[in-house]
Design a protein around this ligand. Structure first.
Ligand SMILES: [Zn+2]
Length: 313
């Protein structure tokens, strides 16, 4: 049994939700023609198209930022393996609902893959409900293969919202008809950064791409050559134009207090066999986003890689 990984913990700033909604509404309006952001009771997120394993996002919400690109680049540290139950314990919430983006368990999947986490764990670490998915590259034709994840583990990195999955007040954010260059996530993050400066405001949750198409990547199997430049990384990754409806799970942080945080990370899954890492929509006129988010009270930095890299983010 490997030694337990190091954990750092940061407290976040928790402004009133309606203040965050107002800030997001103003900021998103500079990048989208149709915007609304308000505070609502969380809809039942177990319903389609969300298909999360818990109704709500609330109850001691926190972010887990585990590992990172420093374990992938330039050569993968394949021994960096984590279990969902281990992470729940490390973020002081055994018995947790977890959603978000990561890398799948390569030994179990058979190759490197994208993880869309979506599990409920009991306080003994048992899996109560699991609708997590992985997306991998088909070796035959480079198409996307989306599968349910049957093994409650992941490798290399994970960016998860961890909570009790309870119903609570949430931010409902809608944006359509993109007029600017920012994607939905970076626009929200940069808006919060400019509004809250070096205070740390952290959000986790789920958003739908209800209409349009989006650019997503899937990591293929590990590169035989070391990946040292952005060009090499982009050549190694497989990029796709994928169709709505896509369900995107993950988190974003307005300000990194020097913990090598992944400041935003969302992965998508669907009912139509598509999924992967969200970059941006490719249909600005048609795109329609709708998301539900909670403010995280803490960020737990688990197993920060010794080497910081800007690659593969
Ligand atoms: Zn990713």
């Amino acid at each position: 049994m490997a030694a337990s990984p190091p954990v750092q913990k940061a407290q976040t700033h928790l402004p009133p939700l309606d203040e965050v909604a107002k800030a997001l509404s103003d900021g998103l309006s500079k990048n989208f023609a149709d915007v609304s952001a308000c505070v609502v009771d969380c809809p039942d997120l177990t319903k389609k198209p969300f298909s999360l394993v818990s109704e709500g996002l609330g109850g001691n919400p926190r972010l887990a930022d585990v590992g990172g690109p420093g374990f992938l680049i330039p050569t993968p540290q394949k021994d960096k393996k984590f279990t969902f139950a281990q992470i729940a314990k490390l973020v002081d919430l055994p018995g947790a609902f977890m959603i978000g983006a990561g890398a799948g368990p390569w030994e179990h999947v058979g190759c490197n893959s994208e993880l869309m986490n979506n599990v409920m764990i009991d306080s003994n670490g048992g899996i109560v409900r699991n609708n997590a998915h992985i997306a991998k590259v088909n070796r035959e034709d480079n198409s996307c293969i989306l599968e349910k994840l049957t093994c409650p583990q992941f490798n290399l990195m994970g960016n998860f919202l961890v909570s009790e999955g309870k119903c609570c007040k949430v931010l409902e954010v809608k944006a359509g008809k993109r007029t600017g260059e920012e994607n939905f996530v970076s626009c929200m993050r940069k808006t919060l950064k400019s509004y809250y400066d070096d205070k740390i405001v952290a959000l986790g949750g789920v958003f739908l791409i209800e209409k349009g198409k989006a650019n997503l990547h899937i990591m293929p199997d590990f590169s035989k050559e070391p990946l040292k430049t952005p060009e090499q990384v982009n050549k190694w990754l497989n990029f796709y134009d994928m169709s709505a409806p896509l369900v995107c799970v993950g988190e974003l942080v307005s300000h990194d207090p020097g913990m090598d945080l992944r400041v935003d990370h969302f992965h998508c899954f669907s009912d139509h066999g598509e999924g992967g890492h969200y970059h941006w929509d490719t249909t600005p006129d048609d795109v329609q986003y709708r998301g539900y988010f909670v403010l995280a009270e803490y960020i737990y930095r688990v197993d920060q890689p010794p080497q910081i890299t800007d690659l593969a983010r």
